[in-house]
Design a binder for this molecule. Structure first.
Ligand SMILES: [Ca+2]
Length: 150
């Protein structure tokens, strides 16, 4: 189902010291972006995403967009016809930045900015919230700062 598993440039997965920030690239067309950052159970991280990415012709930031955007009525109709909820992270904006621990179902919304306490230890994977078969028309990338707070 997922074919664009993108590796980060971090060759070896790494943890972050407290107070340390790492900046990674999250590519919209990759259904899994392996950041190479290891989140540790019980530790709290701040996430801040910069830039815009593109779903076909729709620009958004890491908070994504909704089908009821008046600037794209035809797309809104399509979206309503398909019905909401088939995106990989249900009940969340399309093209919202999503994070997961260990490429599995331990996923959470990041968006432009969020603070998360990891509930397990594992590598941070990220993706743009989209329909599983619709990554082919995704363009652009975000920069994501991950900071180990405490
Ligand atoms: Ca798409």
């Amino acid at each position: 189902m997922y074919k664009n598993n993108c590796k980060s440039i971090n060759m070896f997965p790494t943890t972050l010291k407290k107070g340390e920030t790492m900046n990674v690239e999250i590519i919209a067309a990759c259904d899994w972006n392996n950041t190479g950052i290891i989140l540790e159970e019980g530790q709290t991280y701040d996430f801040h995403a910069f830039g815009n990415w593109i779903d076909s012709i729709i620009f958004s930031d890491a908070n994504g967009y909704q089908y009821d955007n008046p600037q794209i009525p035809w797309y809104s109709k399509l979206g309503n016809d398909i019905s909401d909820g088939f995106q990989r992270f249900p009940n969340s904006q399309l093209f919202k930045l999503i994070g997961c621990i260990d490429n599995q179902n331990e996923c959470f919304e990041i968006g432009v900015n969020n603070t998360i306490t990891a509930n397990k230890t594992g590598i941070l994977y990220c993706y743009a919230n989209d329909f599983s078969v619709m990554y082919g028309n995704n363009l652009g990338k975000l920069r994501l700062n991950v900071t180990h707070l405490y």
